[in-house]
Design a protein around this ligand. Structure first.
Ligand SMILES: [Zn+2]
Ligand SMILES: [Zn+2]
Length: 91
């Protein structure tokens, strides 16, 4: 059986249920799981490239060259679903 209903988390490198992960925009095969996001948030939520804190979830994505969370403005790929939430209540 090959991971039906699950998706690969690029941070912990485990397959996780799709309901517990946010896929990268434009990618159906890779995601960041809720566990990794929560852990990263608790650790301070720093960008993997510029080391500044990423405020809120609006600018949050995954830096594709190092598979760390970071700013979209630092080249990160946005997580699908995040932008929707932010746009709904962010203006
Ligand atoms: Zn994970
Ligand atoms: Zn950054």
């Amino acid at each position: 059986m090959f991971g039906f209903g699950t998706i690969f988390c690029v941070l912990c490198e485990h397959r996780v249920p799709k309901a517990q992960a946010r896929p990268l925009t434009g990618r159906k095969d890779v995601a960041v799981c809720d566990g990794c996001r929560a852990k990263w948030r608790r650790a301070g939520g720093f960008c993997g490239r510029c080391r500044a804190a990423v405020e809120g979830d609006g600018g949050l994505g995954v830096l594709p060259d190092r598979y760390a969370l970071g700013h979209l403005s630092c080249g990160a790929i946005e997580l699908a679903g995040e932008g929707v939430t932010v746009r709904a209540n962010g203006r």
